[in-house]
Structures are given as C-alpha cells and as structure tokens.
Design a protein around this ligand. Sequence first.
Ligand code: GLU
Length: 301
Amino acid sequence: MKTSSMRISKAAAAAAVAVLALTACGGGSDSDDTGAAAVNDDATFEAGTTMETLQKAGKITIGTKFDQPGFGLKGLSDAPEGFDVEIAKIIAAGLGIDDDGITWVETPSAVRETKIEDGEVSLVAATYTINDERKKRITFAGPYYEAGQQIMVRSDDSAITGPDSFKENSALKVCSVAGSTPADNIGEYLASKSQLVTFDVYSKCADALRTKQVDAVTTDNVILLGLVGDSDGAFKVVGDTFTKEPYGIGIKKGDVAFCNYIVDTLKKASEDGSYEKAWTETAGKVEGAQTPTLPTADACA
Ligand code: GLU
C-alpha cells in the first residue's frame, strides 16, 4: 500500500515536472538565465510597496559577496555565482525581474548595514548573520540558512585543533573580517587581542594563511568549506562549529511588507524545489556541504 502510493506520487511528481518544464519554455515564465528561479511576470503588489516600486522599475540592485566560493563569487563573468546569489535571484524573480534586471554590488561584511541604510541596494544577501545589534539599523527577512563558526588552517598543521588552541599558544595569529560576527566571537578564545588580524574580505585572510602571515582563518563553516574547496588541498577545517550563524536577507529597517514578501517567496521556493536547487547547484557542490531545509522564519519587524 505504502509502496504503491509512493509510486503514484513519484509518477505524479515526474508529470508535474514535465508540465512545469513545458510551461517554462512556452509560457509567460522564463527561466532561461536564472538558475533556480522562474520569473513571475504576473505578480501584483499593493501600490506604494517596495515590491510594486521594484516590479514597475523592472530592475533591482542587490548587495552580495564577490569572493566567497559557494555563496557569492565573481569570476570573469559579470555576475557573481553562489547560494546567496541564487536566493537573491529567487526574490527578484518573484517581482518579475530577471537576471538582466539585477545590478550586483559587492558588499563586504563591514559595509552591509550602511549600503542598506543609504539605499544603495534594495537588499543584501551576503552570509549575513541575523543579530540584535544589526537589527537596530536594518530589518532581516529569514533565516534562510543556518551556518556556524569554525576554524581553517593549513593542511600540514596539526597543532591547531579548534578555537581553544589560541589561548594555549599566544604566538598564534588568526584572521577574520572586520565587521563580521566571527571577528567578535573569537575574542573570548584569545589570550591577547593582538592575535586577531582583520581584513575587509575573506580572500585576503586565505592569502595571509597561504603565505604564513597568519596561522588560521575563522568564519562560518560554509565559507571555510568554499575556501578549502578552492585551495588545491592547501587548507583544511578543524574542530566543531562553536556558534550559530542564522543568515537573513538585509533590507531597510521597518519595511515589514517587503520582509513578509521575502519570507513568503522563500517558503514557496522551498515547496517547489527551487530553494534546494539553488543549494545543490552552488554551495551543495562543495565537499562536506549538507543540503539544508529552509528554517522557520522569524516574525518580520
Ligand atoms: N555570518 C557572519 C557575519 O555575518 C560571517 C560571514 C560574513 O562576514 O559575511 O558576520
């Protein structure tokens, strides 16, 4: 009984996928240039909302990272690639905006709130941990993913086993990014503040690790996994995660309607498979990365 109903539902699912594929080719939706998202040309929004403004404009400016493999990485092509990029495309697609309508702006950790406050970007999707300090300046929609802080070292290092190694040897230097939660969190694990070296972006930490200016890099596990994957075996991750980093989409403070739109759009994406596709085509390709399920969103405020 169970088996046959599973068979039916699998067949039904296959048929549904086939219909969707046909609709995508011939119908109003076009998913040509978006990885996971089908552009919704028929959405209607209340007048005066951010959604209506963006839909009418047919374009959106989005902040993301440009140097984080798996989440936001800009190579030789114009557009960055990664899970955050795909999540942002899903949000834009729901507003009827395709890839050509998106302008990507690099937003290193320390400038995310400022770029939102200044209206330079409509949203930030950039491995952006939801926390109370940041909520004083912006609103978060999410979480849409939960990461955790970890430590990365050179592959031939056996002395550093986790964050506790830094107190045991005060000569060790660890790199993180200014304005990030990991740069704050690591403080309690250090014998002296001078053990922490900060740059504006994580690729500079990876370079400093490679050239032995520092002994470790600390940030979210998934960012480190991306850097390990790109390191040709030079780096490895050690120890367990020791914080929780729930990622949210940053928007203008108090734009509750836009926040609710983002939460609803991501919920739909988790139901129709585009959230999972966004993952499997990006960060999910990195070894050791687990496919997530969309966390329950916080109330928008
Ligand atoms: N998720 C952490 C943060 O938002 C670290 C990653 C980053 O710097 O983007 O601060």
